[in-house]
Write a protein that binds this ligand. Structure first.
Ligand code: CP
Length: 363
């Protein structure tokens, strides 16, 4: 039985297959309208969401299935102290597949180790958001006709922006990808994404603080919100929150066929005056999210039918209990019975990464 916790769980061939299925769903919706009749999706949202939760639910309904779940941690027994592991075991008794969002990094992974049904990570803290990435890939594919030979600029909060981490991981698989990182110094991309993903895969990248300087070179501009809820200091958030605002004036210097993406919600990093520009693709991106989630639900349910067993993960290559993760957003900080598990980094000697949240620690 398969879950989807992060993009590396999918091969490039599987990502391409999901995009092909989504394209077929767009062209032939009637063919899919009964595919999940009798199946139930549980949406377990411990953190707010509009797009991800509702697109998952719309996806399951359009496949002929049904949905149950909660949209606030406070309305679940997590508020009484129930663990993620127990929640996953309980929901496995009621549903066929889970989509989970949680503020603690690694929580959906813990759920996947305890559920007897597939678990989809619908966003865990600042760590990963793989179905947003599949949405982004489908949008780039539909708008540009390809996923290779592209210069992609990521602008804004590259430190806490989990959609950026997941999309860079996915794009690093394709050829001819060039990445431009546009952020204040305080919100730079974490080193594990730069070193363990881009450098390891030979993806050329440059960093800058100026959007205007690099805009004319971009095929895709991926704007992001400064993630106020992840800052430890409100003062620092106030100082950085308006670092980048995309306006029609700035876009005069961009390519005429550049594609503007944003995972949304936006605050004020894209002026609403940009919405009328044909290059603004962020509302098309929202719709694509439903189609790719339909393709993913179908794939994971088909696989679960063929192989319903929860396979024990081989953890023998991991260091156990030698370190304690110091990321305050890691699931191990609140569920202390979890084993501390670390993977030694191949790219950076003397360091290891937490198996739950990928936080880098010195050995
Ligand atoms: N893009 C995204 O994850 O949106 P929501 O937070 O509304 O789900």
């Amino acid at each position: 039985m398969r879950s989807l916790i992060d993009i590396p769980d999918l091969s490039t061939a599987e990502i391409d297959e999901l995009i092909r299925t989504a394209m077929d769903i767009i062209d032939n919706p009637g063919k899919y309208s009964e595919k999940c009749r009798g199946k139930k999706l549980a949406t377990l949202f411990f953190e707010p969401s509009t797009r991800t939760r509702l697109s998952f639910e719309a996806a399951m309904l359009e496949l002929g299935g049904s949905c149950l779940g909660f949209s606030l941690a406070a309305s679940s027994s997590a508020s009484k102290g129930e663990s993620v592991a127990d929640t996953a075991k309980v929901i496995s008794c009621y549903a066929d597949i889970i989509a989970m969002r949680h503020p603690k990094e690694g929580a959906p992974y813990v759920a996947s180790r305890n559920a007897t049904i597939p678990v989809i990570n619908a966003g865990d803290g600042g760590h990963a958001h793989p179905t947003q990435t599949l949405t982004d890939l489908l949008t780039i594919y539909r708008e540009k006709g390809r996923l290779n030979d592209l210069t992609i600029g990521f602008c804004g909060d590259l430190k806490y922006g989990r959609t950026v981490h997941s999309l860079i991981t996915a794009l690093s698989r394709y050829t001819g990808i060039r990445v431009v990182l546009i952020s204040p110094l305080e919100l730079m991309l974490p080193s594990y994404v730069r070193k363990d993903i881009m450098r390891k895969n030979g993806v050329p990248y440059v960093g800058t603080e100026s959007l205007e300087d690099v805009l004319p070179n971009l095929d895709v501009l991926y704007m992001t919100r400064i993630q106020g809820e992840r800052f430890e200091s409100q003062e620092e958030y106030e100082r950085l929150k308006d670092s980048y605002v995309l306006t029609p004036e700035k876009l005069k210097n961009a390519k005429s066929d550049m594609c503007i993406l944003h995972p949304l919600p936006r605050v004020n990093e894209i002026s609403i005056k940009v919405d009328k520009d044909p290059r603004a693709c962020y509302f098309k991106q929202v719709l694509n999210g439903k189609y790719i989630r339909m393709a993913l639900i179908l794939k994971l349910l088909e696989e679960a039918e063929k192989d319903p067993v929860l396979h024990e993960e081989d953890l023998s290559h991991l260091l156990e209990n030698k370190l304690v993760c110091d990321n305050p957003r890691c699931i191990t900080t609140v569920e202390q019975e979890l084993d501390q598990l670390f993977e030694v980094s191949e790219a950076e000697a003397g360091t290891a990464r937490c198996h739950y949240c990928e936080n880098k620690m010195k050995l």
